[in-house]
Ligand binder design. Sequence first.
Ligand code: FAD
Length: 479
Amino acid sequence: KTVILWFRRDLRLADNPALRAAVEEAERVIPVYLHAPEEEAQWAPGGASCWWLHASLQALSQDLAAKQSRLIIRRGQSSLSLLRELIDETGAEGVYWNRLYEPLIVERDRSVKAALREQGVNAKSFRAHLLREPWEMRTGKGEPYRVFTPFWRTLAKQGDPPQPLRQPPTLRPPGQWPSRQTVAELGLLLRPRWDRKLHDLWQPGEAGAALALDHFLDGAMAVYKDGRDLPAESDTARLSPHLHFGEISPHQAWHRARARMAGQARLSEGGEAWLRQLAWREFAHHVLFEFPHSSDEPLYERWAGFPWREGYQPLLRAWQRGETGFPIVDAGMRELWATGYMHNRVRMIAASLLVKNIRAPWQEGARWFWDTLVDADLANNSMGWQWSAGSGADAAPYFRIFNPWTQSKRFDPQGRYIRRWVPELAELPDRDIHTPQASAPAILAAAGIQLGRDYPEPIIDYKTSREEALAAARAIRQS
Ligand code: FAD
C-alpha cells in the first residue's frame, strides 16, 4: 500500500500523527508539499511568512533526505487536482494529513476529503496543531468559549495533553519517485531581496525550533512571569513562527516545559505563566474555528458601526514607517520591519494607538502585520487585533486605551528598547526618552534633536483622540 503524506503547516518529523499513521499503515510513503496559495485568497502567506516558508521547506527536504525519503513539491491552483495527479502517477491508495483550523482551509479540506473518498481513496486527517479539538471544548451551556479565563480553567482541569510521538526511524520510499519542483521554483522570495537580514536572526525548521525552545527553557523561563513584559529583554521563547509552521507541536512545547519544571520550584512560576500563553494560542484557534467571520469582521457585530477616522491613511502610513512621534510605538514598528517580529507588549501598545487614537480600522493593522510578521498567524493575529480594538474575545468591562507614555515608562524604564530601535533619540536622558515632545528645549538641544526635523512631533493629540474614541465606544455600547 502507498500513502501520500500531505505536509501543510506541520513541517516536522517528530510528533506528527499523520506521518506516524502513514509509516505504520503503508509500505511506501510519499511526502508532498502542495503550494496553492490562491486557495487561501487574501490570507495566503504574506511577505515575511513566505521567506520563512521557503527556508522551512528546505530544512524539511533535508531532514527527509536524511531518512532516505524526499519532499515532492508541486505548485498549482488546486490542491485536489495536484493530489489527483499524484494519485494517478503513483497509484497511492491513501492521503493523510494533519488538520488546520482557518476558515478557507477547513472548507477546502472538507471538499478534498469528500472528493477523494468518493473516488475510493482513503483520505484521513489527524489532530496535531492543537492540544484539543475546538469541538471538544464547550462551556457549561454547551457553547464555544468566547472568554479566555474559563477556557483556560477547563483546559487546565483536563490535565496534561498526550505525550508527543517520536520521529519514525525511516520512511520507506516508493519504487519510483514522482517528479518534483524545487523550493526555489515556488518563487517565495521577494524581489528585491529585503529578507537577507532575517537569516541572521532566525533558524526556520525543526532543528531551529528545538534550539529556540531549549534556549528558553534553559534561560528565560525562570524569569518569564515578569520578564515577558519587558521588550528590552529577550525573556520570551520566540517560538511563534515555529509553532505557526508546525516545526514544533504544542504538545512538544508543553511537555518539554513540564519536564523541565518537574521538581524545580524556581521554574514553576515562569513555566506555568508560559503554559498559559500556549493556551492563548489554543483559544485563538478555537475562536477562529467557531466564529470564522472573525478574521475579517468584528466578533461582536455591533462593533461594525465603529466610526473610523475619515482620511486616516496618512496617519496609517506614518504608523507603518515608525514615524508617529510616540517613541515606544515607533521602536516596535521598526523592530517589526527589521526583524519580522515585535515584542508582545509593544504589539498591544502599537495596536491600541492605531485603532483607538488614530482610529484606523483594525483590519488595516492586521493586514500590515500579516505581511511583515514572520509569525503571522490568522488565528493569533485576528485575536490580537480584535482584542486591541475592543471588538473581540475579551473580558475587560471597560474600553481599554493604552497610554503609550505610561506603558513605555513602566515596561522600558531606561528606554533601552527605544534606544535600540529609534537611535535618533539615544542621547536623551532616561526621563525624557519616552516623551521627547515634553522635553525642555535645552535637553533636546544637548541630545542633538530638533523635533520635526530629526524626530516627529506626535502625529495625533493623545488626549483629544482618546476622548473621541471613548465617546464612539460609549455610543456603540448604548446602541
Ligand atoms: P512567548 O511569550 O514565548 O509565548 C509562547 C507561545 O504562546 C507563542 O509562541 C505563541 O504561540 C503563544 N502566545 C503567546 N502570547 C499569545 C497571544 N497573546 N495570543 C496567542 N498566542 C500567544 N502571535 C502570533 O503567533 N501570530 C500573530 O500574527 C500575532 N499577531 C498579534 C497581533 C497583535 C495586535 C497582538 C497584540 C498579538 C499578536 N500575537 C500574534 C500574539 C503574541 O504577540 C505572539 O504570539 C508572541 O509575541 C510571540 O512571541 P514568543 O514566541 O516569544 O511568545
